[in-house]
Design a protein around this ligand. Sequence first.
Ligand code: RAM
Length: 360
Amino acid sequence: MSVLTTDQRAPWRRLLSALALGASAAVVLAGCAAGSTEEADPAPAEDTETSAPAEALSITYIPKNLNNPYTGVQLKGGEEAAADLGMTYLAVGALDAAADSQVPFIQTEVQNGTDIIVLAANDPNAVCSALDEARDGGAKIITFDSDAECRDIFINQVEEEEVALGQLRQLFDQIGGTGEIAILSATANAPNQNAWIAAMRAEIEANPDYEWDIVAEVYGDDEDAKSFQEAQGLLQAYPDLKGIISPTTVGIAATARYLSQSEYKGQVALVGLGLPPQMKEFIKDGTVTAFALWDPSEVGYLAGYAGKALADGDITGAEGESFDAGKLGTKTIGADGRIIVGPLLEFNAENIDDYDYISF
Ligand code: RAM
């Protein structure tokens, strides 16, 4: 395992450096919170933690995978919240989003007695026994981005139905309601992906305007190369395809890159969830007309504030409780311990330049 030192670069930039240095299986992004602005502290993560005040809470983020620009944006928000609140911050995880890749990282946090674990679940079945152990030991568990039932609170970016309907509306606006379409997702067990896809399928069933034929659902595993290959495979297998929905930032960027270089550019519509800086060139070159997302840094930021409020005993995760969420104002917990971050943002040629701040 390689340890990255605290510095002022964005998490994604630091990750790239780690990759360049040869990190293979796993990476630790260590940060010293409590207002520290230290550059390039060479101490390993364990030592970094001791530099915070003795009473500082410890918060560790375990995203789905580190080899993903979306993760970097989320962690930027988490690190900001930890610094605001004087918590000792750490982000750890595997490069890939395999179902069981998160378990050893959770176990390490249990051993370390971490106060707050913030996790985006790759597969609830894989992580829940380790998370239950953490909870039994007194840790507060927040899920963000992708839920698992064994938690105190879920930071949900946008209501699932809103995410699903927004993408369908964008597709309908471009190709109308008929023809063959396909879905290019992330990993097969991802709760967030599957919730959005289920909501899309239900709406297509229920809405008479939507007569599309969903001919395939494929998985790029949130890996760029695999997603690119899956996109290519879809067009080879279904030459009459009219549209692709890719509700993953990795998948939509890879699919856009494939389409932009192919005879299908401008012929096959592509919608889904993308990061503005990754998608800008494909909006500008006409490969993509519109896509959607939220600000992922706010998801990571809110998870930090919710974790602190839980650990301080200000909230328990019950519906109706409110807490101070810093720059996001006062947040109230909804049914089933869920907190919504914000609305679905839609991007197109008119507004893409306004969203450079959602960057990695
Ligand atoms: C990918 C991941 C993540 C999802 C975004 C939209 O980066 O699958 O979980 O929320 O896309």
